[in-house]
Ligand binder design. Structure first.
Ligand code: HEC
Ligand code: HEC
Length: 466
């Protein structure tokens, strides 16, 4: 046991930049990751080296010798112990459920989407026991989305959070100085998140905030819209899927233990590594529009785009959101405790994301073709109950609320819907009810050919191989 500890320790100490050809290899080494990056090394490495390390981590099939497995810890986001019991070391429902991130995010390649067979049974911290059933009261079954363009997604969310918080700050200041109740609309990048009111004493009335958490932080990741950053998601995913625990979340400062999951490995992933895997995902290629070869289909897709707007699908699937800056700071500004925060580091790591030919608006903003408003909606009702199929509230967000799917890349990511249980685009559109009832009815009123044109348009929104 002690020997194993020494091996990881050595792994952490070897800085990536000293990885030289003359380094003596370990015979029979079965670790998937033999090099770790310390936070302090980031500035000394070329960005390509950091991204390469991120890719290595994303594609690594973690082994017991990397510290995979968590015999005494659950998948819960907040460190939660479990009794060491007879549950097998890997378990398809409550996890660890897989060997590698790429095991699920694999189509058309690393960082892509996954089909139904790689669904996840997410209990997201609400269940602290291992569950061995697929029954929906124990976990929310979710399909695997792609991660392409994720850096732009996170940057958009950060700018939107900053805007909303500035609106709130200004409202509090004027309510106080004018000594009267002030109500303001919460609009950022054209997306309307309702309103808030402030009493003269500074009390903030949150009753009319819509589609975003009351702290006004946009959480653009997961289909529920509950994760703030790629880093936060990756810390959770490493633990839940692989049993690889980061000190940022399970370290001594929170758990009074260096080995919370009791697998005899400490510091299973370093903070530098988490920056690297976040950056790898942040720099995956942006989805593109790619038309089929036949002119008939090209023409149909172009008309389908018009019809998409005509049916007001872009009310939620906003075609482009304007982004002011491509500078990706890691860690980001809105991480909560349990994830590295900007105040925890001497220097924030900054990377300029490649604009990859994005169009710009007149103010010079980059137009990110995300096809989403990054807002949560209810698109289920009694007539269209499909998207109200979960039973477990995630972070006390109503069980039928989901974030508008980011439709970029949707032509490459069948199957569809948050459970990945819908095989055609036509069917998933027809499941729209609730707030999307009007749009669906317009779509239904189209001729059969017009509806197919909308589908042809959606098929043109594709992922590149990367
Ligand atoms: C067993 C399959 C599986 C594995 C392994 C897996 N993921 Fe995922 N991933 C999913 C599913 C399913 C979702 C959707 C979760 C949801 O909507 O609640 C997801 C969502 C994500 C998201 C949010 C994307 C978005 O736009 O909403 C990120 C980021 C992510 N995964 C990163 C990772 C990383 C990093 C790893 C490895 C440490 C990983 N995933 C391993 C299945 C998997
Ligand atoms: C009121 C907001 C709203 C409107 C309007 C709307 N959608 Fe959606 N759409 C959503 C939400 C939310 C989801 C995610 C559903 C889920 O999986 O929980 C979604 C999911 C989808 C998906 C599935 C994506 C995937 O990756 O699985 C497609 C395709 C889609 N919408 C197309 C359309 C089209 C076409 C229209 C117009 C007819 C439309 N939507 C109108 C909110 C909306």
């Amino acid at each position: 046991m002690t020997r194993l500890k020494i091996i990881t320790f050595v792994g952490i100490l070897i800085p990536l930049c000293t990885q030289a050809a003359d380094q003596i290899p370990v015979i029979g080494d079965e670790r998937a990751v033999t090099q770790h990056i310390a936070l302090s090394e980031l500035e000394r490495l070329a960005p390509e080296q950091i991204i390469a390390q991120g890719k290595l981590l994303f594609n690594a099939k973690f082994t017991a010798l990397d510290g995979a497995g968590r015999p005494a810890s659950t998948s819960a986001e907040i460190p939660v112990k479990k009794r060491v019991d007879l549950t097998p070391a890997m378990f398809r429902t409550s996890g660890p459920d897989s060997n590698a991130c790429v095991g699920c995010h694999n189509q058309p390649g690393s960082g892509g989407a996954g089909e139904f067979v790689v669904n996840v049974f997410a209990s997201s911290g609400v269940v602290n026991v291992d569950f061995d059933t697929l029954e929906p009261q124990f976990s929310n079954e979710r399909g695997t989305p792609h991660l392409h363009g994720s850096g732009l997604v996170e940057l958009l969310a950060r700018e939107m959070s900053a805007d909303l918080q500035e609106i709130r700050r200004a409202a509090v200041a004027s309510a106080r100085s004018q000594q009267q109740r002030i109500s303001v609309k919460l609009i950022t990048k054209g997306v309307d998140f309702g309103e808030l009111s402030v009493n003269p004493d500074g009390f903030i009335d949150i009753a009319k905030i819509q589609g975003v958490d009351h702290d006004l932080i946009i959480r653009p990741f997961s289909q529920k819209g509950v994760f703030t950053s790629l880093r936060q998601f990756s810390i959770n995913a490493m633990n839940a899927h692989h049993g690889i625990q980061s000190n940022e979340r399970w370290g001594k400062q929170w758990t009074n233990s260096d080995d919370f999951d009791e697998d005899n490995f400490t510091a299973e992933i370093s903070s530098g590594d988490l920056t690297a895997i976040s950056l790898y995902q942040a720099t995956l290629p942006t989805p593109v529009q790619k038309f089929a070869e036949h002119p008939l289909l090209q023409e149909a897709a172009a008309q389908g785009e018009q019809l998409f707007r005509q049916a007001a699908c872009n009310q939620c699937h906003i075609q482009t959101l304007p982004l002011t800056s491509l500078s990706f700071a890691e860690p980001g500004p809105y991480n909560a405790a349990g994830n590295l925060r900007q105040t925890d580091v001497a220097a924030v790591y900054r990377y300029q994301i490649d604009s990859q030919g994005l169009d710009r608006d007149q103010q010079g903003n980059w137009l990110v073709p995300i096809f989403s408003d990054l807002k949560r909606h209810v698109i289920a009702d009694v007539h269209k109950p499909h998207f109200a199929n979960e039973r477990l509230s995630q972070r006390f967000i109503a069980i039928d609320e989901f974030m508008s799917a980011k439709l970029w890349g949707v032509g490459s990511t069948a199957p569809y819907g948050h459970r990945g249980d819908v095989s055609t685009l036509m069917e998933v559109i027809m499941h729209h009810g609730g707030e999307a009832q009007g749009a669906r009815e317009k779509f239904e009123a189209f001729s059969d050919l017009q509806r197919r044109k909308v589908v042809e348009f959606l098929k043109s929104l594709q992922l590149t191989q990367g």
